[in-house]
Design a protein around this ligand. Structure first.
Ligand SMILES: [Zn+2]
Ligand SMILES: [Zn+2]
Ligand SMILES: [Zn+2]
Ligand SMILES: [Zn+2]
Length: 162
């Protein structure tokens, strides 16, 4: 008996699976791009900041999801509006477009200036969190903004805006 290779190749696995984690249970198609994904938003506990829901992660933490939620037109990968939305934090744009919650990733990500703590100079990786920002002034979580500094930052910012 010979195995017909051509035939077995044609018989692709037609059962859908989540494009992010590969599970086959309880799937839905995403609104934004029509890919199969776990129907698991109910797993997410409010304010827990957990990233255990495929569906939510794609919706909340990708350009594809953002693009759809903002009702932009065309392909998110060359959407100028998306780029504009993240203009002030290009690092987040790149992360949104290339993180593991994407089905397909941004092919050419723009170069971005890294962010540093305005007090100690430590690099702040925006997608990792652990920082605060006030009027474009970034601080790592070791250098909290004091009340006095807060007033000055706001004053400087208002002066700059004028
Ligand atoms: Zn999944
Ligand atoms: Zn999508
Ligand atoms: Zn867009
Ligand atoms: Zn710092």
């Amino acid at each position: 008996m010979s195995v017909n290779k051509k035939n077995s190749k044609n018989k692709i696995d037609s059962k859908p699976k989540c494009g992010l984690c590969g599970k086959r249970k309880k799937l839905v198609k995403t609104d934004c791009c029509g890919n199969w994904i776990c129907d698991d938003e109910d797993k997410y506990a409010l304010f827990s900041y957990a990233r255990n829901s495929c569906s939510r992660n794609h919706r909340r933490f990708t350009l594809c999801g953002h693009h759809n939620a903002e009702e932009h037109k065309g392909d998110w990968k060359n959407c100028q509006e998306c780029l504009k939305d993240f203009e002030h934090e290009l690092e987040m744009y790149v992360w949104y477009g290339t993180n593991e919650y994407n089905f397909t990733k941004l092919e050419s990500s723009p170069a971005f200036e890294p962010t540093y703590c305005s007090k100690c100079g430590k690099r702040i990786v925006l997608p990792d969190g652990g920082y605060s920002v006030l009027c474009d002034v970034y601080r790592c979580d070791q250098c909290e903004i004091t009340e006095k500094e807060r007033e000055k930052i706001i004053r400087d910012y208002k002066r700059k805006k004028k």
